[in-house]
Design a binder for this molecule. Sequence first.
Ligand SMILES: Nc1ncnc2c1ncn2[C@@H]1O[C@H](COP(=O)(O)OP(=O)(O)O)[C@@H](O)[C@H]1O
Ligand SMILES: [Mg+2]
Length: 216
Amino acid sequence: ERSQKLLEGASRVTSMVRHDLKSPLQSIKNAVHIIRRNPEKTEDMLDVIDKAADYASKILNDLKFITDPGALQRERFDIVKLLEERIKSMVTPSRIHIETDFPESLPVKMDPTMISRVIDNLIRNALEAMRDGGKLKLSLDIRDGMMNLLVADTGVGISNDNKQKIFQPFYTTKRSGTGLGLYYSKLAVRSHGGKIVFQSEIGEGTSFLVTLPLES
Ligand SMILES: Nc1ncnc2c1ncn2[C@@H]1O[C@H](COP(=O)(O)OP(=O)(O)O)[C@@H](O)[C@H]1O
Ligand SMILES: [Mg+2]
């Protein structure tokens, strides 16, 4: 019935918000923790907190994207800088080794909030696939006016059965997953005129390749 449908819709939105607010809230908690232990780092950490709070409120604004995919807010920014910021903001256990291969800088014109959510989703998935440690490799290159972002992990991999399902909304194999990360990422990349593909081998790892026009 109708009220049941509304309730389902509401709980989907709720789980989406919870999913996406995790990373800025985590950054804020980390920063507070660092300030408590090293008060001399307060100034730097206030920047981190400020940015994370901005990011969180943008996420709330972005919720309408799911119902209104046309709403791109393009800006010029350096995607290498964005990548480095996103990596820095992640809590990565010491058993995970991160390797990056980026150009010095790469100016693009895209929606920075959407693109950073895509990056966060891919990195978070990779980390979650490597509970016992491993290597996360991020690389960026340009070809024919397109940028290719590769996010590769040495994690658990994806079974052939699950390969068809991972982009479906609410499909998750995690106990506290929402199954919205890749669904959102695909929508966001597609609305920029790009595409997202992956390769995976059980027990070997997974790599996602995001191809985007430099100016979408
Ligand atoms: N890097 C990865 N390694 C292994 N499995 C992955 C990876 N990325 C995504 N998956 C699979 O795709 C599913 C959907 O991912 P996602 O949409 O981000 O939702 P969630 O992370 O909440 O489960 C995950 O539950 C997992 O089974
Ligand atoms: Mg995810």
